[in-house]
Design a protein around this ligand. Structure first.
Ligand SMILES: NC(=O)c1ccc[n+]([C@@H]2O[C@H](COP(=O)([O-])OP(=O)(O)OC[C@H]3O[C@@H](n4cnc5c(N)ncnc54)[C@H](O)[C@@H]3O)[C@@H](O)[C@H]2O)c1
Length: 417
């Protein structure tokens, strides 16, 4: 049995989705108007399919008339789907969320139940806001036994029903077995990949998705402003032709491979072309903030990574660099981020740097003779020589020898292994 607090786009869809799958589901909303409309089988906003499912499940598996206390007492999971609007300072307003949680824990029951945050909340909210809030409130109530979970929702308005009932993935942040078992049962009938992660990772995944989307939109708008500044550019045609790039649709290097953290971009094209577009746009009177930030980030990621190495080993100990080229399957070392990282390591004081690359060693040595590195001929040798390894290019050879590499202290800055 499941209770849902908040019957907006997310909550109503969630409630009807669980009801359709056969779970006895109780819905609640503080808006009397919204509830009355639903009780009259009218969905109070436009969203295809929900009215049919509402008619089909009402008073069969979906209930809106059950007293709150009775519903909470018999629920194994309570999903919170209330709004989390933006506050004046930009932070998320958790007032509705915490008020809903308070209502739940005020109900006396000795049933174990999991409080699931489905509303979008910033990473660390369950750990640093929800759990301390509940523990403080329950201080004197030893009988109330609750678990916690974060279960962000990825549905799109207009496609709420399809997205919920046939999810491409389900993300659950959960850190105790009992709560996990309950959520496992609830999501089993959905036949979708269910990913169990910790609370903050699950919250982060939702923002990873939304901020990528907002960034792509702002990027596109910024580029339209660059085009306007330069003039005589058919922006519409340019973007439509951009969409024909085969990387959007799959191999050999799908677009998703660019949406992955690493050591920064390098090589012959991306650094110089990004810099050149910023420069010509500036000459035409428009300083593109995202592209300028993009160049700054490409530089600051390298010092960030070097700071992560600093302190893990002494400056005299052997430090093994895995990969020298700017990307795997290439011996191009022009503007490879590895060069900057090694330079920064020397500046920090590291004196004993070893490096191995399946094919780019000779090129690197030729291009950067000033870097006093010990070049190594094989992966086995560098693993033997160095207890700390830093992976900077995601070569397939490293993946094939994952176990060997991971037997050492590994800093995998390509998140590859
Ligand atoms: N709309 C989307 O496309 C979408 C997609 C994914 C995630 N989300 C997130 O899901 C959350 C809900 O979004 P929404 O669009 O469904 O919001 P919404 O405003 O449509 O619905 C929220 C509902 O919660 C009700 N509510 C507030 N406090 C309550 C309480 N204590 N008890 C019961 N009901 C209460 C409100 O009356 C309202 O009807 C937000 O955090 C949002 O960011 C939204």
């Amino acid at each position: 049995m499941i209770s849902i607090l908040g019957l907006g786009f997310v909550g109503l869809t969630t409630g009807l989705g669980f009801a359709k799958k056969g779970f006895k589901t109780y819905g609640f909303d503080i808006s009397g108007e919204r509830l009355n409309s639903l009780k009259n089988l009218i969905v109070p906003f436009y969203e295809p399919h929900l009215d049919e499912v509402l008619r089909e499940t009402m008073n069969e598996t979906f209930f809106l008339d059950t007293p709150f206390e009775e519903a909470i007492r018999s629920s194994d999971a309570v999903f919170i789907c209330v709004g989390t609007p933006e506050k004046e300072d930009g932070s998320a307003d958790l007032t509705y969320l915490l008020a809903a949680i308070e209502q739940i824990i005020e109900v006396e029951t000795d049933r174990f139940q999991v409080i699931v945050t489905k509303s979008t909340v910033p990473p660390s909210t369950v750990s640093n806001e929800v759990i301390p809030f509940v523990l403080k409130k329950l201080k004197s109530n030893e009988n109330r036994n609750v678990g916690f979970a974060s279960n962000p929702e990825f549905l799109r308005e207009g496609y709420c029903w399809e997205d919920f009932i046939e999810p491409d993935r389900v993300v659950i942040g959960v850190e105790d077995e009992r709560s996990k078992e309950i959520l496992d049962k609830i999501y089993k009938p959905f036949n979708a990949p269910v990913h169990y992660v910790n609370y903050s990772t699950s919250e982060f995944i939702k923002y990873l998705s939304n901020t990528l989307l907002s960034t792509m939109i702002s990027y596109s708008n910024e580029m339209s402003m660059v085009a306007d500044a330069i003039g005589n550019i058919d922006t519409q045609k340019a973007f439509r032709i951009l969409h024909e790039d085969k990387r959007w649709y799959g191999s050999p290097a799908p677009m998703k491979s660019y949406v992955y953290p690493g050591c920064g971009y390098g090589g012959y094209c991306l650094p110089k072309d990004t810099a050149a577009l910023v420069s010509i746009s500036e000459k035409n009177g428009f300083r593109p903030p995202m592209l300028s930030a993009n160049i700054n980030i490409n530089s600051s990621i390298k010092s960030h990574l070097v700071d992560k190495i600093d302190g893990t080993i002494g400056y005299d100990e052997p430090l093994g660099i895995l990969g020298l080229s700017f990307k795997p399957a290439s011996d191009d070392v022009r503007l490879t981020p590895v060069k900057d990282i090694i330079e920064l390591l020397f500046k920090k004081g590291f004196r004993n740097i070893y490096a191995y690359d399946p094919i780019a060693g000779t090129e690197f040595k030729k291009h950067y003779p000033e870097l006093r590195i010990n070049y190594i001929e094989s992966l086995h040798e560098i693993v033997q020589k160095c207890d700390t390894l830093v992976l900077l290019t995601a070569w397939e050879e490293f993946n094939k020898n994952k176990e060997l590499i991971k037997s050492k202290n590994l800093l995998d800055f390509r998140y590859a292994l």
